[in-house]
Write a protein that binds this ligand. Sequence first.
Ligand SMILES: [Zn+2]
Length: 395
Amino acid sequence: MHGGRQTLRPFTRQIVPAFLTMLLVVLVTGMSPAKAQESSRPDVVLTAEGEAVHFSGMLFDGHNDLPWEIRDKGNSSFDILDISKDQPTLHTDIARLKKGGLKAQFWSVYVPAAADKNGDALSQTLHQISIVKSMVKRYPETFEFASTADDIERIVKAGRIASMMGVEGGYSIENEISNLQRLYDEGCRYMTLTHSKSLTWADSATDEPRVNGLSDFGKDVIREMNRLGMMVDLSHVSPETMRQSLAITKAPVMFSHSSARAICDHPRNVPDDVLLLVKQNGGVVMVNFFSAFVAPTEVLKKNKEARGTLHDVVDHIDHIVKLAGVDHVGIGSDFDGVPRLPHQLESVATYPLITQELLNRGYDRASIHKILGGNMMRVLRAAEHVKNELNSPSK
Ligand SMILES: [Zn+2]
């Protein structure tokens, strides 16, 4: 019965099933053989050149939720979660930050969208700000608080991690424009207009629209942010809110933690038409590492729990570079804010592998340095410039 099979030589016995499997994958999924093999792309291995390029750049991550984890898991105390010691339950601790070569960070002072309903979003946000300030105070050899782009450069030269803050969710201003000044004075340098729920003045990407983009108040929020030099963060908002914000902002915008929708079709990601508007605006899209936003659509369709890999994250970077250019992409990991991360991007220690993979794909040193943080620095300086222009007496 099995005579036909048994006459095959051992080599052929391995090759034929492999070929049939690939044929089956192609027939069933409609994927090209190259695409079908993507999930098995080899691990990235850091070389001396990769390390040199990485550590000579200025890695500036757009979004890390450590302050929330300290509140949630550590009762807001670095005595309970001391990051000078290894903290395997977190994505972030000081030893791994050093290994990852992080130079500057926007620490998120996120509070849950439920705070909007409770009416205490501002006071909760101020609490989160106090956690970041206590971290900088407790580990002064590692962190220093930065208010300006010049501050960041000075702090990085001194060998410390420049620390800025970003507000996540416009409900933190409790519908009062003057609270933007308050948060700016506390050191916040961007605000994400919404989180997961639509507001009375801006729509979220993951909720029903309430105002079809921005209300008049929402537009006033953007004008005031421009005047203060607080960057407009368009992560989490609906595509229509992105477009309307891009139409009225006088300063370049940022997406502190969002990836490309063409690669992974999730509402949190940025559609191609908006990527082209960001190019015109001079802004930056900082690629998020969360598995559910980066694993390719076809992989997630088959397995919602797929983690994706470092290669997938670099595919997002590649896509934004091809469409908008190398001046408009950055890194916005979302470490300590997400439950699942891609293979080889499990913690802040792994950033150098992104640099390595960019090198492997033919990116030169100058382009890699733009992606790591040069672009974010340009956007921050532009926001400072717009602030000066809008506040100069001759205008
Ligand atoms: Zn977020």
